[in-house]
Design a protein around this ligand. Sequence first.
Ligand SMILES: Nc1nc2c(c(=O)[nH]1)N[C@H]1C(S)=C(S)[C@@H](COP(=O)(O)OP(=O)(O)OC[C@H]3O[C@@H](n4cnc5c(=O)[nH]c(N)nc54)[C@H](O)[C@@H]3O)O[C@H]1N2
Ligand SMILES: Nc1nc2c(c(=O)[nH]1)N[C@H]1C(S)=C(S)[C@@H](COP(=O)(O)OP(=O)(O)OC[C@H]3O[C@@H](n4cnc5c(=O)[nH]c(N)nc54)[C@H](O)[C@@H]3O)O[C@H]1N2
Ligand code: SF4
Ligand SMILES: [Mo]
Length: 699
Amino acid sequence: MQLTSPAPAVKSSDTHCPYCALQCGMTVVRLGEKNSAQSRDFPTNNGGLCQKGWTSTELLTHPERLTWPLVRDTKGGVLRRASWDEALDRIASYIVRLQAQYGRDAVGIFGGGSLTNEKAYALGKFARVALRSSQIDYNGRFCMSSAAAASIKAFGIDRGLPFPIADIPHAQTILLVGSNAAETLPILMQYFDRQRRNGGQLMVVDPRRTPTAAAADLHLQITPGTDLALANGLLYIATQEGWIDEEFIETRTNGFEQVRRAVSCYWPDRVERITGIPEKQLYAAARMLNVSSMMILSARGPEQHSKGVDTVLGFINLALAYGKAGKPYSGYGCLTGQGNGQGGREQGQKADQLPGYRKIDNPEHRSHIASVWGVEESTIPAAGQSAYEMLERLGTEGGVRGLLVFGSNVAISAPRAAYIQERLRTLEFLCVSDIFLSETAQLADVVLPTTQWAEEEGTMTNLEGRVLLRRRALDPPTGVRSDLDAICGIAMRLGAAHHFSSNPCEVFDELRRASSGGAADYRGITYERIEHEKGVFWPCPAEDHPGTPRLFLDGFATPDGRARFHVVDHRTAAEEPDSDYPLYLTTGRIAQHYQSGTQTRRVKQLLEPAPEAFVEIHPSMASLYDIAHGERVRVITRRGSAAVKAKLTSSIRMDTVFMPFHFAGQGRANLLTNPALDPVSRMPEFKVCAARIEKEIGC
Ligand SMILES: Nc1nc2c(c(=O)[nH]1)N[C@H]1C(S)=C(S)[C@@H](COP(=O)(O)OP(=O)(O)OC[C@H]3O[C@@H](n4cnc5c(=O)[nH]c(N)nc54)[C@H](O)[C@@H]3O)O[C@H]1N2
Ligand SMILES: Nc1nc2c(c(=O)[nH]1)N[C@H]1C(S)=C(S)[C@@H](COP(=O)(O)OP(=O)(O)OC[C@H]3O[C@@H](n4cnc5c(=O)[nH]c(N)nc54)[C@H](O)[C@@H]3O)O[C@H]1N2
Ligand code: SF4
Ligand SMILES: [Mo]
């Protein structure tokens, strides 16, 4: 006779964290009905996980999880439960009707950098083959686009880091520009710690004394929006002091003489006036860069500006002038952000791109992709509008009338969000695929419940360009299907079923062929290899090719193999403080929450320590307005006003206030932000606009 019931079976599967670009290795352990995350020794995280990673499994069985499709019968009506057939039929019939009435471009797609490579690839193909619409873009436009455009201009290729993160501890000096890695890539900090223990020096450029800046040897507390003047000013000092590497410039680059002339007006006291960084610190920084190995790493701080591309080019100029690119333990790199921020921009969900980082306006690229897709080249549409441009024209004459969103919550994360929310409301049709009823999904006519990372298979490309594999650890709840299933279901109803597969491995095989010969070549990467080799670095053109952890050692990816300097001049932000709006507002992230907060605002351990929106204000500035710590204030810009708690901290510049963008409702930072776009990358200016603060009377 059995006296006790048998112990529940323990099942464990190796996968990767659902959140940021580090894609730390984790094991999902299932004990009965309970799931937990365990760290695992993977070459990137070496056994570490941050608080978001540890708590990520809570979302798998969260009570608010979407477990069946929802549809809305009339505009303004309620969302009700529907079968998958009903939801997919409805999506297809809207697409057919809108395209018949307004043309093919009336239906658009908005994708995301949290989607696997397979999903990003399928979405790009779905837009061009099933919809034959040019209107597809994704949230990476708000994220990586400036650094990507600059890297292509200078190096001929865009891979976030041109070296593995294991190289970081060996660099003598690291200049970290506008990255708060301690909160945004927490597990990466071990590499900077090791670098400093090895005797290296770390510099951080940030208007705030973040935990990352506090860990540095030198913190340059810059005025928001002035990084380009800093880059040019440091180059000026380097040329004056003879710290540039003439031989490297001569043998491996083009265009330095024009840049040398252009930076000759960036003398230190002028740069001090623009950036707010004392001359002495400018000299100290330029001197610290004059070592035998040096990396310059940027994140969103200098990039999310209407001059983000030029600013990154300024820092690339600096790295090149010091002779620190394409050499061991040296180079410029961009720290990507989303889990698949890198891969997401290579597989064709960007308005102007086709898979393998191909250009949609290049005839050879188009015909290669057409042959893989089995379509006529002429049927592939031209480039569409960039993310913000598509959103701001939703529902208007010539704009998108029906939008399908996969993996983004634009009602929170797009700039000038109240306006974008209005635009979403004017759509004739909105479909959102998500895990939860996000603020964007709440506006939708059809909501599709999708699988989470641990319930599906697929590849992700991390910040190093390392292609990783997520294995399916669990079955999804009944009623939940993957985005690939949804895409196939819609394609079938549009008569394009034969072009699509819902099997990730089959999609990946096609992606490999499509990417073959492109800049981001995945041809030689297989699921088996990824598992066996703990990830494979692209480019990897053949199965017997080892992959490419380090780029540029033998030459840059430009036609002549040389890196290119670019003349870039500082200009002011699209909106500078004035007497009505006397402060700089900048926005960004905190450790506990992820992006629009759809996921992390539902995790108790993350919400409790960071339950609501706030604005960081310097105590001296706060006292001018008679604002006390914890008091409710209004932050006001020309776009709108937000109501938040005041957080007094002397870690921020006096002339600047900071808001995280993770919160909904009245605390949304994007009620305030300026959608001024970079002319090349079309990146909005999330990181600087003019604002004023007011005490909230009566609260
Ligand atoms: N906890 C957490 N981690 C995340 C995310 C998250 O939402 N939460 N998101 C992920 C994603 S998608 C991304 S893109 C990355 C982003 O990672 P980061 O770029 O590190 O994050 P941010 O907080 O947006 O910006 C970094 C810093 O830029 C500073 N900054 C503001 N204006 C300027 C400026 O004009 N110049 C300079 N030099 N600095 C400025 C801010 O004060 C901030 O500390 O994080 C990833 N990791
Ligand atoms: N003010 C301000 N605004 C910003 C920024 C800033 O610094 N300041 N940063 C910008 C940056 S860098 C970024 S990356 C964007 C990010 O902003 P968003 O694009 O809104 O990013 P997420 O919140 O990650 O949105 C992803 C949504 O997809 C869901 N999701 C997750 N995985 C999947 C999946 O596999 N399939 C589907 N269908 N859904 C999934 C999540 O639940 C979530 O609702 O925000 C930008 N907005
Ligand atoms: S550092 Fe990024 S990938 Fe690693 S556990 Fe934290 S959120 Fe996940
Ligand atoms: Mo991002």
